[in-house]
Design a protein around this ligand. Structure first.
Ligand SMILES: [Zn+2]
Length: 150
């Protein structure tokens, strides 16, 4: 049963967590993933990355923003991260872990522009969805107009 009782982390565990650890299962509640026996981990990779994301929410948002900008070929000038952190504090980009309509996004004011300090603003998800719909409507040309362009 006691596979890793020597570690200091072991002493802080509850009985339930010790039970799970002894079965090489992640000790997070409701998680049944297996952990790697070789590196003596108590928490699985999924849970540890989730916990990192909750402790560094703004950094994770920034990294994702940067990655998606790169993927879509949009210039990304919101460097370094410290500056983004200051911007977030100043412009109320704080409810970032909220899901649904209340969650905040970083929006480019000009959709064709780059990610620069002057071109970004915070929008809630619902505002951003409305803006995207307007943008699509503006670009939409009805089929009959495509056939008869006069
Ligand atoms: Zn887990």
């Amino acid at each position: 049963m006691t596979l890793r009782p020597s570690t200091r982390a072991w002493e802080r565990l509850t009985d339930r967590q010790r039970e799970k650890a002894a079965r090489w299962q992640c000790i997070s509640p409701r998680c049944r993933n297996r952990v790697d026996k070789r590196n003596q981990r108590l928490v699985c990779c999924t849970c540890s990355s989730r916990s990192y994301a909750s402790r560094n929410a703004i950094r994770v948002k920034w990294l994702n923003l940067k990655k998606s900008a790169k993927r879509r070929g949009i210039e990304f000038l919101l460097e370094p991260f410290d500056a983004f952190e200051c911007w977030a504090a100043k412009y109320g980009y704080t409810q970032i872990t909220a899901r649904g309509a209340e969650g905040l996004t970083v929006d480019r004011k000009d959709e064709n522009g780059a990610y620069t300090w002057a071109n970004i603003q915070t929008l809630t998800n619902s505002e951003n969805a409305r803006k995207a719909a307007e943008f699509r409507r503006a670009a939409f040309v009805p089929y009959y107009q495509q056939l008869q362009p006069f």
